[in-house]
Design a protein around this ligand. Structure first.
Ligand SMILES: *Cc1c(COP(=O)(O)O)cnc(C)c1O
Length: 347
């Protein structure tokens, strides 16, 4: 365990450290696809702190938010159940892809209660209803976890991850990276790494590839989240300094988003194929394909020449198949993800 996880309530759901693998030509991969034994990906690190907090506060249920195919809502469902907490997923529409139906079924199998709301107002009304029902039943309100798990408490998971990486550099498992490439959806991952790497005394630059738009991922959010998480750490241990935002070490890239969140682009689909050929990586088109496309672009442009680059793989590769649920068991609003065609680039 790293120092950060000792300062806060922490649920030991993650299998850490994750491996770092060399791909060749100064490229390494951080295998956060294997953060857990049943389900990996970047959300597990955040949930170790978020669910740890929920348990410490005596919650019996959690509510979280995401798009219909949310990896975060699924990870929350799986690990909440492991800790004996009921999970409510408040889900909004998204572009259809095979993973949407797959994650909905997996979430349902993991015991999540799935709610569909078409927009903010509908979701707010649902939250009020679920809060009342849970309180009426158990005398406690459910613990609320924001979309992507990117509250300062969740971001601690990636401050911790940066210390894990620093230890791997000290052990000689990889050279100190000049640059880390990582997808940015709700910014918890990239900002936790930025803060943690700075606190660990590393000079690594973080390149965040935006796969959503404001307010989920934008310059303003990066500052707010950085300072709020830094203050949380400083309050827990005043030997942890309050830092200025290290703008010279943070690259925020928006040109790989394409038409919008969860809409695959030609570049992301090509990057998924390339990552498989180059390194045997299994990526996808919403997050990691866009991040890897940025890395490939920068490499081709020569800006990574003579540099050590680390690709942070945030996408789960643990196999969750084996459920035999029928999609008609899901609330009816979700049936369209099984009955309508997926987007043309998801073949
Ligand atoms: C959620 C997610 C991200 C984005 O992480 P944030 O901390 O929300 O920026 C990246 N990749 C995958 C596969 C994800 O599920």
């Amino acid at each position: 365990m790293n120092p950060i996880s000792k300062l806060f309530p922490y649920a030991p759901i993650a299998k850490l450290p994750t491996r770092v693998e060399p791909v060749g030509d100064g490229l390494y991969v951080k295998r956060d696809d294997q953060t857990g034994t049943v389900y990996g990906g970047n959300k597990v690190r955040k949930l170790a702190f978020l669910l740890g907090r929920a348990k410490a506060e005596g919650a019996e249920a959690v509510i979280t938010f995401g798009a219909a195919g949310s990896n975060h809502a699924l990870a929350t469902a799986i690990y909440a159940r492991e800790l004996g907490l009921r999970a409510h997923s408040m889900l909004v529409p998204q572009a259809n892809a095979r993973i949407v139906g797959r994650n909905l079924l997996r979430g349902h199998t993991a015991g999540a209660i799935l709610h569909y709301g078409d927009g903010r107002r509908a979701i707010n009304n649902l939250v009020v209803r679920v809060m009342r029902e849970e309180y009426g039943r158990t005398g406690r309100y459910p613990h609320v976890i924001p979309a992507g798990g990117s509250s300062p408490v969740g971001v601690l998971g990636f401050v911790d991850a940066a210390f894990e990486l620093a230890a791997q550099v000290r052990e000689g498992l990889l050279p100190e990276p000049d640059v880390v490439y990582v997808a940015s959806g709700t910014m918890g991952t990239c900002i936790g790494l930025l803060l943690g790497l700075a606190l660990a005394g590393m000079k690594t630059q973080v390149v965040a590839i935006s796969v959503t738009s404001a307010p989920y991922s934008c310059a303003e959010k990066s500052h707010t989240l950085f300072h709020a998480t830094n203050r949380l750490l400083h309050a827990a241990d005043d030997r942890i300094p309050l830092l200025d935002f290290p703008g010279d070490r943070f690259g925020f890239r928006t040109e790989f988003l394409g038409p919008g969140y969860a809409v695959y682009t030609e570049e992301s689909v090509a990057a998924v194929a390339r990552a498989r050929e180059m390194a045997g990586l299994k990526l996808e088109g919403t997050y990691t394909g866009k991040a890897f496309a940025a890395l490939l672009h920068d490499r081709a442009a020569g800006s990574l020449d003579a540099k050590q680059a680390l690709f942070w793989n945030t996408y789960n590769t643990r196999n969750l198949e084996g459920h035999v649920e029928d999609y008609r068991d899901l609330p009816e609003a979700f049936h369209r993800y099984f009955e309508e065609p997926v987007q043309p680039l998801d073949q």
